[in-house]
Design a protein around this ligand. Structure first.
Ligand code: GLA
Length: 393
């Protein structure tokens, strides 16, 4: 859990932006909810390596250098992450005219040592068409994994997807998380397509190895509050990394979404089981997630354009008859549900998340739950535009 510069700042990110994000995580109480990584994405580098062959920071946008930035982030009790690639170029060099050939090809051990010296706690190692440079993905991602391990510093290792190769094959052996899809955009259609692609991959996920359906767009202004709640709910059901991708000078309503500790607890559950797909018809996504204490979280997403009642049998949700108490993790409403079918009225593009736990009394009469949607404003007015110009892929 944390924040990453890319979705909002793109290639224009500065030292001041990263410092402000770190302060905001601490000030807004997000850090205490678990958002602790402050990850600087692409375009931090100077166009050329130093005479010693080391990566260096862009002197205009990062005048104090990366070690100082990392120390500042650490001084707030947070962790610091950075970005690199296994080929000759980063994605910024390839797609966004960012100057230089700044990939780690041929510099893997040196770059890992530099990162460790700078106090890096998390590396995003992004593919960026490294096959063009004759790089084999499994080999290259393993090389950096070993180079990081050789530094002796614990560093979370995040790798990108190579679409041609099945997710399950070698990634869980090498990385802590791996991207499963192309880049997210701040639109309903992009977000929901990514959820549909990532949801069936639950078998590959588990503690210390996670499917990564990309960073969050909550708060960037391209979706309605209901759609952002759906985005956040699905990511938590899928045990996804929760990396905020917005300018953290957030409007309160969006903080309310990403700070919902009940939904975060579903994401962070100790069992580490990604939700199973129960129904992925064109008009709905229904997921069921087993939790460490025997509870089950169920999400019912209406992907259609008008409100509807979603009904699923308890059996399909994997709900034993003992799991009768349901709390709606967005409204906080509690109910007793012991009928054979779970129903929820769900607005267009909205999601109800229900946590089922063991009932206090088995003598309670059967009730069918009709969950209602939370009373949030439904404005679709963008709150903030992105600042970066490099996010158009
Ligand atoms: C790729 C990644 C993005 C981001 C950019 C940076 O597109 O998928 O998340 O890191 O590169 O250039």
């Amino acid at each position: 859990m944390g924040w990453n510069s890319w979705n909002y700042f793109g290639c224009s990110v500065t030292e001041a932006d990263v410092e402000a994000a770190a302060r905001a995580l601490a000030r807004q109480g997000l850090a205490s909810l678990g958002y602790r990584f402050v990850n600087l994405d692409d375009c931090w580098q100077a166009p050329k390596r130093t005479a010693a062959g080391e990566l260096a920071a862009d002197p205009q946008r990062f005048p104090h250098g990366i070690a100082a930035l990392s120390a500042y982030v650490h001084s707030l009790g947070l962790k610091f992450g950075i970005y690199a690639t296994p080929g000759a170029k980063t994605c910024g060099n390839l797609y966004n005219d960012y100057p230089g050939h700044l990939g780690s090809l041929g510099h893997e051990r040196q770059d890992a040592r530099t990162f460790a010296r700078w106090g890096v706690d998390y590396l995003k190692y992004d593919w960026c068409k490294a096959d063009r440079d004759g790089v084999d993905a499994e080999h290259a991602f393993t090389l950096m994994r070993d180079a990081l391990a050789a530094t002796g510093r614990p560093i979370v290792y995040s790798i990108h997807s190579v679409p041609e190769q099945p997710i399950q094959s070698w990634r869980p052996r090498i990385a802590n998380l791996w991207r499963t899809t192309r880049d997210i955009k701040d639109t309903w259609s992009s977000m929901i397509a990514i959820a549909r692609a990532n949801a069936p991959l639950s078998r590959a996920a588990g503690p210390g190895r996670w499917n990564d359906p990309d960073m969050l767009e909550v708060g960037n202004g391209g979706m309605t509050p209901a759609e952002y709640r759906t985005h956040f709910s699905l990511w938590c059901m899928m045990s996804a990394p929760l990396l905020l991708g917005n300018d953290l000078g957030l409007d309160g309503e969006y903080v309310g979404i990403v700070a919902n500790s009940r939904v975060i607890a579903v994401d962070q559950d100790a069992l580490g089981a990604q939700a199973q797909v129960v129904d992925m018809s064109p008009d709905r996504i229904v997921l069921s997630k087993r939790l460490a204490d025997g509870d089950i979280a169920v999400s019912l997403t209406n992907t259609g354009d008008s409100p509807r009642t979603l009904a699923v049998s308890r059996a399909r949700l994997g709900l034993s008859s003992a799991l009768t108490d349901a709390s709606d993790l967005w409204t906080g409403a509690r109910s007793v549900v012991s009928g054979d079918v779970v129903r929820a009225e769900v607005d267009a593009h909205a999601t109800t998340v229900l946590l089922f736990s063991h009932g206090a009394s088995s003598a309670t009469p059967a009730v069918t739950l009709i969950a209602s949607q939370p009373a949030f404003a439904t404005t679709s007015t963008p709150i903030r535009a992105r600042r970066g110009t490099a996010t158009g892929r």
